[in-house]
Design a protein around this ligand. Structure first.
Ligand SMILES: [Zn+2]
Ligand SMILES: [Zn+2]
Length: 554
């Protein structure tokens, strides 16, 4: 394999939250085989991407390279790692490898989305070793905030790579095994060329508390509640669901599951054995019949999502589940950046009704699933990589992770989305660049983030829209009065002038000042009138709307 090399390239997830998609290439640079690790999304915000649901990496390069793709391996079932698969897989059509819980959750998600593709998922056992094309892969179980988070060991002729996925060191994770320290130490003995690692919490000192500590707090808060209790958490956190179930049982309360995403997870967790020792949960139809000190509602909506259970309960719009003065709501979660306002709205709505709200600001009701600095240093000490590449974080997280690695005596390779990093043989470094970008899921359609759609929509939301229709004769005269309609624009100026009239006057004036021969050119009329209307409205209003002029020659 004289010409062979091993490369790593992130297509998403570096310098941003979410959208994790990394590729490893092995072989002659002219004909590499690629392994895709994770196919994640991130969530759009109404402010920056109005009307868009999801954002995902642009995979045009992988589509071009399709015949060289060996397969896709999913580290775990968080949306930022597997959420784009149903949308992007049809462009790739390669086998997908996942552990049982991830596979089951993917299937449940697929069934919930009409028209979603049937993806051939090859289930692999926790801790197993298998081949995907030329890639020799071994899974390492890691503690995280969802069952079955896996790190990957890639063994290649050029050395071994540890791709950590999402992880923390939690000796008592409530569900599943703790992080497989023995296997990681063994990798250190065997030798590790590069560690590609989670940087999410690299700015936080110390160690993250355990899921078991959270379980204790939840048990106290549920037991001591005078009336109804509602707990909201990330639906995928099965350990948290189990902790709520145990707490409820200890004080003789029923668990009522509220919200579709929560139902789905509970079902998948039962199928895969993660809730074997938990009591049966109840449907929301029985909620109203249970005494107030005999119920815990387990709700979706911890991020303030308007359509999720908790927001509807807070607005008193839920058909079956209600809360009242004296009840207690526990946010067993943390705001994902961008969701703070929506969450405040829900919390304020609850407090206005006299409902007690408990969050992680005052109680240990949530822990992150990502490693803090002592945990990062500990992993480095076990694995002793020659090179560390920080991924999964914004610039600050990546640079803090890099600084920590250097303190531990490890060389650091930094890269951006699209950089192709040669890991071996020889000195590591960026050797190539792959075009990258973002796709937006807009309704049912995937669009490029670079296109006009969302930029136009942002302008529409900021400054409205003017529609103008002009009928011209073939001699270049107005055949009728121009039509003008304003959308999302104030009706009057401060001086009570009609904005529609300002637009109308601008149309007529612009038209009449055009030289005669240009009036016969519909394109010239269109452009001149568009500019004239925009300028006139901007002068009175201080903002420039989108203007569309339609010229019809009659
Ligand atoms: Zn993640
Ligand atoms: Zn995760």
């Amino acid at each position: 394999m004289a010409d062979s090399e091993l490369v790593f390239a992130p297509l998403g997830g570096v310098g941003e939250i979410g959208m994790n998609l990394s590729i490893y290439g092995l072989g002659d640079p002219r004909q590499r085989k690629w392994l895709i690790v994770d196919v994640g999304v991130s969530f759009a915000t109404e402010e920056h991407q109005p009307g868009v649901d999801l954002m995902m990496p642009d995979i045009s390069y992988l589509v071009e390279e399709r015949r060289n793709l060996a397969g896709i391996v999913l580290t775990h079932a968080h949306e930022d790692h597997f959420g784009a698969l149903l949308d992007l897989w049809p462009k790739l059509r390669v086998p997908v490898y996942a552990t049982p819980f991830t596979a089951a959750l993917l299937e449940a998600k697929r069934l919930g989305e009409p028209g979603a593709p049937e993806i051939p998922v090859r289930q692999v056992a926790l801790g197993s070793r298998f081949n995907i094309g030329p890639f020799d892969i071994e899974l390492v179980s890691m503690a995280h905030s969802i069952p079955e988070s896996n790190a990957l060991i890639l063994r290649t002729p050029h050395g071994n790579v540890l791709h950590t996925g999402d992880w923390k060191l939690d000796p008592t994770p409530v569900i599943g095994e703790p992080t497989d320290e023995a296997k990681l130490r063994a990798l250190g003995e065997e030798g590790c060329l590069a560690l590609v690692g989670d940087s999410t919490n690299a700015v936080r000192e110390g160690r993250s508390p355990s899921e078991s500590d959270v379980a204790k707090t939840l048990a106290e808060l549920i037991t001591s509640a005078p009336a109804r209790v509602a707990v909201t958490t990330f639906a995928s956190n099965v350990a948290r669901i189990r902790a709520v179930a145990q707490a409820a049982r200890a004080c003789d309360r029923e668990v009522v599951v509220v919200g579709r995403a929560m139902d789905r997870i509970v079902q998948v967790a039962r199928e895969t054995g993660y809730l074997d020792d938990a009591q049966e949960f109840r449907g929301q139809d029985v909620y109203g019949h249970l005494p107030s000190d005999k119920v815990v509602a387990l709700c979706t909506g911890s991020q303030g999502e308007a359509r999720a259970a908790l927001a509807r309960i807070a607005q008193d719009e839920h058909p079956e589940v209600t809360l009242a003065r004296g009840d207690r709501v526990i946010f067993s979660s943390r705001p994902i950046p961008g969701n703070e306002k929506a969450i405040s709205t829900v919390i304020n709505g609850l407090i206005d009704q006299g409902i007690e709200v408990i969050t992680d600001r005052t109680h240990l009701v949530h822990v992150s699933g990502h490693p803090r600095r002592e945990e990062l240093a500990e992993l480095i000490s076990w694995v002793r990589p020659q090179l560390l590449i920080p991924v999964h974080g914004e610039a600050l997280h990546l640079s803090e992770h890099a600084a920590l690695a250097r303190q531990c005596g490890v060389a650091v390779g930094t890269c951006r989305n699209g950089d192709v990093v040669k890991l071996g043989p020889g000195d590591p470094g960026i050797v190539d660049e792959i075009p990258t970008g973002r796709l937006y899921k807009d309704g049912k359609i995937l669009i490029s983030a670079e296109g006009r759609t969302i930029a136009d929509r942002r302008r529409l939301s900021f400054a409205g829209f003017v529609s103008v229709a002009l009928a011209l004769t073939d001699k270049g005269q107005l055949a009728a009065d121009p039509e003008v309609e304003l959308f999302g624009i104030p009706e009057q100026t401060e001086a009570k002038e009609s904005m529609a009239e300002i637009a109308y006057d601008a149309i007529v004036e612009t038209f009449e000042t055009l030289p005669k021969q240009r009036r016969r050119d519909p394109d010239a009329v269109e452009e001149a009138v568009r500019r004239g209307v925009r300028a006139a409205l901007a002068e009175s209003w201080g903002k420039k709307p989108l203007v569309h002029v339609h010229v019809l020659v009659v």
